[in-house]
Design a protein around this ligand. Structure first.
Ligand SMILES: Cc1cc2nc3c(=O)[nH]c(=O)nc-3n(C[C@H](O)[C@H](O)[C@H](O)COP(=O)(O)O)c2cc1C
Length: 365
C-alpha cells in the first residue's frame, strides 16, 4: 500500500486527472484542467508526430504546469487482407443503404503504438508525465523513457496487470474499472469476463502494490472521488464527466446522445476498432452484437466504420459513431473544464470553496 504524497509525483496541486480521450479533445481541454490545478492530459494515439508537437507547444505556451501525454502500446498485428475482407462483407449492406462504394480493403491503421520516433519527437519538450494504455512500450523503449526525469503511469484492468506493471517499474497504476468509457486498457487477456468494477479493482490493487493507485471508471462527482480515496486510491482519473465541457471537442451527435436517456445503456463493443471499448448503444452495436468475431484486428477495423460514420453523420445519424461514454454520465455538465475541476476539488474538500466565488474567476488555485 502506498503511503506517500502523489501530488509530488504528478506535480500538480490536485489529485484529479482529466482522462486522455482520443477523438474528443485536444490541448484546449488539457490546458483548462491544468490551469485549475488538476492534471490535464493530451491523448496522442491518433495524432501524427507533427500534430502532437503542435499540441504540446500550444499547452506549453498557455501553462507552465505539468500535463500528461498519453499513448497506446498495442502490438501491431500484420495486416490480414482476408480478415479485412470478411469485415467488409459484414458491413457492405450498410454501404449499399447509404448509396456508397465499399472502400478498398487496405491497411489504414489510424492508431499507432508508442515508438522511438514518437519518443524522438517529444523528448525535446521534457515531458513530466507519460501514461500508457494497453500495457507498456517494449523494454528498450521503456528503459529509454525511464531515464527521462518523468513520471510514468499505466492502466491496469486486473490485479494481474497491476503486478505486471509494478514489476516493470511504473510510478503509478491507473486502476480502470469496467464502468469506464472508451477502450479497455486490458492487455494480458482479451477475455472481457476478467473486467471488474472500480470498487472491486481499486482496493485489491491498492492492498497489493507499493506504487500509488489512480482510480478510473464511473467517478462522476465528489462522492465518487471520496469513495475512491476511501478504497485506497491516491488520485482519481475522470473521463466521461468532462465530455460535455466547453473545451471538449465532443461532436454534437455525441453530446446529444450523452444528454439523452440513451446514455443509461452503454456496452463494451469491439465493432469500432477491433478492441473492447465502452460506448452508448447505437444501431451498429444493436444489429451486429456488441462483441463480434467477424471484426478485423485492432486498429484496422476502424477504417470501414469510420467511412460509414462520416456518411451517416452527414445525414445527422449516429448509427456508426463510436459514442464512447462510461456507465455514470451523471456528472456531465456543460461548463468549462476548469470550473468542473475546481467544483470537484471544492466539493470533495480538497480546496476551500471560497475560490469559486472570487471575481475574476480563479482558474488557478
Ligand atoms: C471518449 C473517451 C475516449 C477515451 N480515450 C482514451 C485514450 O485515448 N487513452 C486512454 O488511456 N484512455 C482513454 N479513455 C479511457 C479513460 O482514460 C478512462 O479510463 C475513463 O474515461 C475513466 O472512466 P469514466 O469515463 O467513467 O470517467 C477514453 C475514455 C473516453 C470516455
Amino acid at each position: 500500500m502506498y503511503t506517500g504524497n502523489i501530488d509530488e509525483l504528478l506535480g500538480c496541486e490536485l489529485p484529479i486527472i482529466q482522462a486522455p480521450m482520443a477523438g474528443v479533445q485536444d490541448s484546449e481541454l488539457a490546458i483548462a484542467v491544468c490551469q485549475a490545478g488538476g492534471l490535464g492530459s493530451l491523448p496522442c494515439a491518433m495524432l501524427s508526430a507533427d500534430g502532437m508537437v503542435e499540441e504540446i507547444k500550444l499547452i506549453q505556451r498557455s501553462t507552465d504546469k505539468p500535463f500528461n501525454l498519453n499513448f497506446f502500446c498495442h502490438s501491431m498485428p500484420a495486416f490480414d487482407p482476408e480478415k479485412q475482407q470478411r469485415w467488409q462483407t459484414t458491413l457492405s449492406p450498410y454501404f449499399q443503404q447509404l448509396n456508397a462504394e465499399l472502400p478498398a480493403a487496405e491497411n489504414g491503421a489510424s492508431r499507432m503504438p508508442f515508438s522511438h520516433d514518437i519518443a524522438d519527437a517529444i523528448e525535446p519538450f521534457h515531458p513530466r508525465v507519460l501514461s500508457f494504455h494497453f500495457g507498456l512500450p517494449e523494454p528498450d523503449l521503456l528503459k529509454r523513457i525511464q531515464h527521462w526525469d518523468c513520471t510514468i503511469l499505466a492502466s491496469a484492468t486486473t490485479l494481474q496487470e497491476a503486478h505486471w506493471l509494478e514489476a516493470r517499474g511504473v510510478d503509478a497504476i491507473i486502476a480502470q474499472g469496467v464502468e469506464a468509457g472508451g477502450h479497455r486498457g486490458m492487455f494480458l487477456s482479451q477475455d472481457t469476463s476478467t473486467q471488474i468494477s472500480t470498487t472491486a479493482l481499486v482496493p485489491q490493487i491498492a492492498q497489493q502494490v507499493r506504487v500509488p493507485v489512480i482510480a478510473a471508471g464511473g467517478i462522476a462527482d465528489s462522492r465518487g472521488i471520496q469513495a475512491a480515496l476511501m478504497l485506497g486510491a491516491s488520485a482519481v482519473q475522470l473521463g466521461t464527466a468532462y465530455l460535455l465541457c466547453t473545451e471538449a471537442k465532443t461532436s454534437s451527435l455525441h453530446r446529444a446522445a450523452i444528454k439523452s436517456e440513451r446514455s443509461q445503456h452503454t456496452a463494451l463493443t469491439n465493432l469500432f476498432s477491433g478492441r473492447p471499448a465502452r460506448g452508448i448503444v447505437n444501431r451498429l452495436m444493436s444489429e451486429q452484437g456488441y462483441l463480434s468475431d467477424s471484426v478485423a484486428d485492432f486498429p484496422y477495423a476502424a477504417s470501414e466504420v469510420t467511412a460509414l460514420r462520416k456518411l451517416a453523420e452527414s445525414q445527422g445519424l449516429d448509427d456508426f459513431s463510436p459514442l464512447w461514454c462510461g456507465q455514470n454520465p451523471s456528472g456531465c455538465v456543460e461548463i468549462s473544464a476548469a470550473e468542473l475541476t475546481l467544483l470537484l476539488a471544492c466539493e470533495s474538500g480538497m480546496i476551500d470553496c471560497q475560490y469559486l466565488h472570487d471575481e475574476p474567476y480563479p482558474y488557478s488555485i
